[in-house]
Design a protein around this ligand. Structure first.
Ligand code: CA
Ligand code: CA
Ligand code: CA
Ligand code: CA
Length: 502
């Protein structure tokens, strides 16, 4: 019975898109004593502080079910009405989709090209995007130009990359030598071990696949070669919440986890790509992204690499506030034919692209898989973003002084439109650069990027201008007024600022 009701809840959740948790995130200034006192007085339980956030605590309430389809407005208002509370929000589980495509839709094709035998790894010959494997000059050149970078001894050493996803099988023998426990964690179960939950229903292989693309060990005859095969790799398990969901608190903790150690965060997920969902980072996730670029890497800013989405023509990546955020470096994909793939989304925030899967018969991406196995079937913009993260790890090894903005500028200036030139949509922007809403400024070019990075003059810091708005005459909707008729519009506005739309 219990299992059945959970399944029903998950089914409803899939329809309505959000579920309310018995969890309030509350910002209370003045220290944990005051936060505890407040919880005691108002009859909440103080669970713990939110990881990485000062003055921010998790409260729960004994009257609230662990998951429900309605918010508990009264419990939120009780917190917001207290002068010690800066803001409070009941946490909701929101669906976050991984940006790979289902295996069963796709059939792998025997690769067309011969191997150059550069590495002895069993999947090296399937890593078509890392080498120029043309057997005839008439075939398209499929090459992110990493080998010339390796030949200079640049392999991602001393760069720490973390994959935010459904877990990381860190004991995988093609990952373990590069595994970095200091930047890894399990936010779904609240423990330091990010190993995914093995399930026959949900293949939680996505994080392990993304991590392998970045940091598989080279020349060990196992699986393939990571783009930055000497980088350190971590995993945050954070996508395995209720029915494949996350909440703002978990996303915020993930985006700032080990902020003093991580160089690059790679995320291949986001709001559902169904063409009707418009969502972005919540309060904590937004705060985390901004803190990441201001405080990470000793003030130079961490790099957030983000997959642009798999919704195809029915969706638009501008409706995804994670990938369209200025703080994320958004990556699209191109197929092995140099085509815009059927799942690709158009929007102006995509900065560049890397290779990934395309039409059903096109080759896909080779990487690590669960149970110490390997796959040649990683797909979608899920596979494109970690390749970009690996290339950026090479760039940061060349020049660790680069800021997050330098990296974005470098990607824009060095991306190559030539391999993608036959697609529609290219325009020349006011700066004289070719740009396309399908691909950004072109295909990432590891050689051009690392060369430009070596001699780069840092760009000015980010400037953010705000205009103060006088809100006293704001009209509050009649619905809100009638619901809380005893409250003045000014009071309602205060509540809105403290509690959001409740
Ligand atoms: Ca765990
Ligand atoms: Ca290997
Ligand atoms: Ca989308
Ligand atoms: Ca972005």
């Amino acid at each position: 019975m219990r299992v059945q009701s959970v399944l029903v809840l998950i089914a409803i959740y899939r329809l309505v898109g959000a579920f309310y948790a018995n969890e309030w995130v509350v910002r209370v200034l003045g220290g944990v004593q005051i936060a505890r006192q407040l919880a005691d007085e108002l009859n909440y339980d103080l669970v713990r502080q939110v990881l990485g956030f000062d003055d921010t605590y998790i409260y729960s309430h004994s009257s609230q079910p662990s998951i429900g389809k309605r918010s508990n407005t009264n419990l939120t208002l009780r917190l917001c009405d207290d002068s010690r509370v800066e803001w409070a929000e009941q946490q909701t589980w929101r669906r976050r989709d991984k940006r790979g495509l289902l295996d069963d839709k796709i059939q792998s094709r025997r690769h067309l090209f011969g191997s150059v035998g550069f590495f002895n790894d069993e999947l090296w010959e399937h890593q078509w995007y890392m080498q120029d494997t043309r057997t005839e000059p008439g075939l398209p050149r499929l090459d992110l130009k990493v080998i010339p970078v390796y030949l200079k001894g640049i392999t991602g050493r001393n760069v720490r990359v973390v994959v935010l996803d459904d877990g990381l099988e860190f004991q995988h023998t093609d990952l373990y030598p590069n595994y970095d426990p200091e930047i890894s964690h399990d936010l779904n179960d609240g423990d330091p071990d990010p190993t995914p939950r093995y399930s026959s229903i949900t293949p939680n292989n996505h994080g392990t696949r993304c991590a392998g693309e970045i940091a598989m060990v080279a020349n060990n005859k196992k699986c393939g070669v990571g783009i930055a095969f000497n980088a350190k790799i971590g995993g945050i398990r954070m996508l395995d919440g209720q029915g494949g969901s996350a909440m703002d608190r978990i996303e915020g903790e993930a985006l700032n986890f080990a902020l003093d150690k991580v160089d690059i965060y790679s995320a291949s997920w986001g709001p559902t790509d169904d063409g009707v969902t418009v969502e972005g980072p919540g309060r904590l996730a937004q705060e985390a992204l901004e803190r990441g670029v201001r405080k990470g890497r000793g003030g130079k800013g961490v790099i957030y690499v983000w997959a642009s989405g798999n919704g195809g023509s029915k969706d638009d990546c501008s409706c995804d506030g994670y990938t369209s955020s200025i703080f994320t470096l958004s990556v699209g994909s191109a197929s092995e034919q140099g085509q815009f793939p059927w799942y690709g989304e158009l929007c102006p925030s995509t900065l560049a692209s890397t290779y990934s899967s395309g039409a059903y018969s096109d080759q896909m991406i080779a990487t690590t898989d669960l149970h110490n196995s390997c796959t040649v079937k990683h797909t979608g913009t899920s596979a494109a973003a970690p390749i970009a993260a690996g290339i950026i790890a090479l760039v940061l090894e060349v020049n660790p002084k680069l800021t997050w903005r330098d990296v974005q500028h470098l990607v824009v200036w060095t991306a190559d439109m030539t391999p993608l030139a036959y697609n529609e949509g290219w325009i020349v922007n006011a700066a004289g650069l070719h740009v396309n809403r399908r691909f950004g400024f072109g295909l990432m070019d590891a050689l051009a990027l690392t060369k430009a990075a070596a001699n780069w003059t840092t760009v000015p810091p980010w400037k953010h201008c705000t205009i103060p708005l006088n809100c006293t005459s704001l009209d509050i909707s009649r619905r809100e007024e009638s619901k809380s008729s005893e409250k003045s519009p000014t009071k309602l506005l205060q509540i809105f600022n403290k509690c959001g739309k409740i």
